[in-house]
Design a protein around this ligand. Structure first.
Ligand SMILES: [Zn+2]
Length: 293
């Protein structure tokens, strides 16, 4: 009996010691992972060369999710068109064109198209995104990236759909989501594909709006710079916006200017193209600024 009690006591002691060691190992590992996200040399980052406007756009679109952290690829990207047998050759060539535009912006990460084994799946010109859910109308586009895990903010898998009626710019927009960019919260006086639901305020005629909507694969210089900033090796996946602001030595005023107030929950309604149609008729400016609800 005594031997049995001693055996149980020893086993319990062993389990407790093992759990304690595991706990400490987890804490050390978590701390090292968090530290890795904080490795950032502001001076090297500034060598990319960017304006205050571009820095502001970067703060707006490159920190995503509830955690407001950077998501990006560190492994090379292999684009696989999953429905390649069902689409016209031009729809494949458009994907190749986007890859050619993005490749120099995301170096040192490489991007190429593959026949199989891809980690970025593309479905082009689809009539419905979820086969189980019939769509009321043809979807424009959708992109999904893998969820974060407890210790990783890397993107290592993405899936992109573009709808049968979508313009070619929609595909570019979805690729930008797949790279880790978010819709902007603020309005900008220049075109940004990732903010494509927004028509720039300086347009005054329908012709300008139509030309804007039919631009194939246009990335403004500011947006290109922002993608290069995100894919700078200085920016680690998981970097938090507050840490970035601190390392960039932003003053409270600069933070106010650069960082959108994403912690305040709100819905933003951007001016829709219909508002601009109405402007044409009445000549009165309408919906000049987004409405914050
Ligand atoms: Zn979008």
């Amino acid at each position: 009996m005594a031997a049995m009690v001693r055996y149980i006591a020893n086993t319990l002691f062993f389990v407790i010691v093992l759990l304690a060691i595991l706990g400490v190992a987890c804490c050390v590992f978590e701390a090292s992972v968090r530290n890795e996200t904080r490795r950032f040399d502001a001076e090297k980052f500034k060598q990319i060369g960017f304006s205050d406007d571009e820095l502001s756009l970067f703060c707006d679109v490159a920190f995503t999710g509830d955690e407001i952290r950077v998501r990006k690829w560190t492994d090379n990207i292999f684009v696989e068109i999953k429905n390649i047998d069902e689409i016209e050759p031009y729809a494949v060539e458009e994907v190749d064109s986007i890859i050619a535009i993005l490749a120099p912006l995301i170096a040192p990460v490489k991007i190429q198209r593959v026949e199989s084994g891809g980690n970025l799946h593309v479905y082009r010109r689809v009539e419905r995104i979820d086969p189980l859910k019939p769509e009321k109308y043809c979807p424009r586009g959708l992109a999904r990236i893998n969820k974060t895990s407890a210790y990783s903010w890397d993107i290592n898998f993405a899936i992109i759909f573009d709808g049968c009626d979508a313009s070619s710019q929609t595909l570019m927009h979805e690729f930008e989501h797949a790279l880790g960019l978010n819709h902007p919260i603020k309005l900008y006086p220049y075109y940004i594909t990732i903010g494509r639901s927004v028509i720039p305020q300086y347009f005054r005629t329908m012709r300008e709006v139509q030309a804007f909507r039919s631009q194939p694969f246009y990335l403004s210089p500011q947006e290109k710079t922002v993608i290069r900033m995100l894919y700078s090796p200085e920016v680690r996946p998981g970097m938090h916006i507050d840490h970035f602001a601190a390392r960039m030595e932003m003053s409270e005023d600069e933070k106010e200017k650069m960082i959108p107030q994403i912690r305040i929950p709100r819905i933003i309604i951007y001016p829709s193209p219909d508002d601009y149609f109405e402007n044409e008729k009445t000549g009165k400016p309408k919906a000049r600024q987004p409405k914050h609800l």
